[in-house]
Design a protein around this ligand. Sequence first.
Ligand code: SF4
Length: 390
Amino acid sequence: MQLTMKQEVASKKVFIRTLGCQMNEHDSARLKDLLTERGYAVCDSPESADAVIFNTCSVRKHAEDRVYGKVGTLAKLKAKKTGLIIGIIGCMAEARRDEIFRRLPIVDFLCGPGDLDKVPDIIDKIKAGAGHIMCLEGYKSKIIPGFSKERKTGEKAYVKIMEGCDNFCSYCIVPYVRGRERSRPSKDILNEIKKLINNGVKEIILLGQNVNSYGRGLKEKIDFVGLLGKIDNLVSTSGGPGYVKVGFFTSHPKDAGPELFKAMRDLNSIIKILHLPIQSGSDKVLKRMNRKYTVAKYKKLAGDYRKIVKGGNISSDIIVGFPGERESDFKGTLNVVKELQFDAAYIFKYSPRPGTKAAKFKDDVTLEEKERRHALLLGLQRDILVSKRR
Ligand code: SF4
């Protein structure tokens, strides 16, 4: 029996599993739209899919281990289901390109974060008999593609304003897998936001590895504060103040300052939450991390923020057990957390990322010690939150 075009289209199903950060959630949403336009329906289990795609993270070893585990469990399904296509996309595809096919021969394709537009074609090629396909290094492109006009979304949407990073923090793999920093022209961003507002979106989160350095390298003269002003103006004229709220992250302390805090205070649509990773409360460790600020500079920023943005929240990221972190360094972190009373803190145990500068340092804090420091800091942050809620 010959299938009609409509029946053929309805039979294509894709399952996408997203691991990692909001940037990955954004990329998965874009990929879903791209595949939907090519006739795929998104389904909710690998068992009912023709293609299973894992959008992966490489920032911590634990995230990569989860992918190896989860994809490995699909071996039986792949053996039973002829034609099932399995792909790994995102940062881990880029970072672990040499080992994934070896460790997971059931994987059909790898695709880096800069090449997502090619995924529908890659799947077609594999169906047509191509063997393993690797599509990487798109992060070298200067273009940051936006969503198509058909973007499907709920009340909250992520909008990418820049991608990549030039900071090269010594522990971080991002500059190697997402490439060097580049910004989207403000016109593209505003057009995307306009469409989202017309589609009923109520909360927009602007994304970038380092949003405060938005605009560098663009032909137009604009910085992040200027972009916030334009977006606030668009939101105010589209639905009135308070109708749509706009948040952003992540901010780097070396590029944040009073000008940004004043914009957060004065622009009605901007959410009063600042995510400002401190990473450590020791200058020695910050230097080895290549963070380019001191604890004193960070404290001044946090103080300025709280003075200027009355009632604003501040959250942070912290790594414990970085190479060379002594007990006295860790005590510095405990002290700064006690003093600054973050409204949220995301605390991680250091794990070396191959290819980064810190991976060459001796990982000299034992796992037990990392766990002890992690638990102490988590406990402290929990106490802070409990006392704030009283
Ligand atoms: S600022 Fe540092 S931690 Fe953040 S993405 Fe860039 S290199 Fe990584």
